[in-house]
Design a protein around this ligand. Structure first.
Ligand SMILES: Nc1ncnc2c1ncn2[C@@H]1O[C@H](COP(=O)(O)OP(=O)(O)OP(=O)(O)O)[C@@H](O)[C@H]1O
Ligand SMILES: [Mg+2]
Length: 231
């Protein structure tokens, strides 16, 4: 079988994205693809557009121009409601600092993605407890998030990102707030769990040691993806 155009169904593919914030040209023709089941690291100087690109790929920001395809769907043709439903059900997020809700317990935070997608309370609580167990926080589910260490919060954030078995995980400096030892542990957890589930991971980082865990590494400069280097 031959064809002129080979259509590959990537987890995410984006072509020629442009996005301005007022006078700041944050994205200037960024093109990237995240293959199914891979861990792709994205590096680049501060301000090069990594977070902006990640937010466009996740449908949180809408580019001024260019196309984003996620799991076979064109984000530009979807309504905001459809995009947030896609995000909730099929994407997981780990952000710098964890972004957990401090008033909730760890277990309540981890159960959130399940509850938001209508999983019955008992099932959500059971799966959250199992996931906390898997990240080494078994027994800590009742603790208030405001009263745990940075490493514990970040492990809970990994649990929350994975609890609903998303096909894509977006991680923006997931270990940025942690020391080397805790950072390594959190990263290991995130990547091992994601790989075991066959999820695709986009891993934004400043740290070459973090990027070394990826299958591929792309570099951004001045709003474009300038190329692939060895992780
Ligand atoms: N909401 C916003 N409003 C205005 N400018 C923004 C906004 N978000 C990002 N920018 C600007 O867009 C450019 C790209 O920012 P972005 O956050 O994507 O960079 P980054 O590569 O993630 O940097 P860092 O490594 O510091 O996180 C920067 O010049 C930034 O100041
Ligand atoms: Mg950033």
């Amino acid at each position: 079988m031959t064809s002129d155009v080979m259509v590959v169904d990537h987890a995410v593919s984006a072509q020629d994205l442009h996005l301005d914030f007022g006078p700041t040209r944050a994205l200037r023709g960024a093109t990237i693809e995240l293959r199914r089941g891979e861990v792709l690291a994205l590096m680049g100087a501060s301000g090069s557009g990594k977070s902006t690109l990640l937010h466009c790929l996740a449908g949180i920001l809408r580019p001024d121009a260019g196309q984003v395809r996620v799991l076979g769907q064109e984000l530009g043709t979807m309504t905001e409601r459809q995009r947030s439903a896609l995000r909730l059900a099929r994407m997981g997020f780990v952000l710098q600092g964890g972004e957990l809700i401090p008033e909730l317990t760890l277990a309540e935070n981890v159960a959130l993605p399940l509850q938001l997608t209508g999983t019955p309370h008992r099932e959500a609580a059971g799966r959250a407890a199992a996931m906390l167990d898997a990240v080494g926080l078994g027994g800590a589910g009742d603790r208030r998030t405001g009263a745990v260490s940075g490493g514990e919060a970040q492990r809970a954030a990994v649990a929350r990102a994975l609890v609903h078995e998303p096909e894509i995980v977006f991680a923006d400096e997931p270990t940025g707030a942690l020391d080397t030892v805790n950072g390594e542990q959190v990263l290991e957890l995130l990547l091992t769990s994601a790989r075991a589930r066959g999820a695709s991971v986009l891993l934004v980082t400043h740290d070459h040691r973090v990027a070394a865990h990826a299958d591929r590494l792309q570099v951004m400069r001045d709003g474009t993806v300038v190329g692939e280097v060895e992780p």
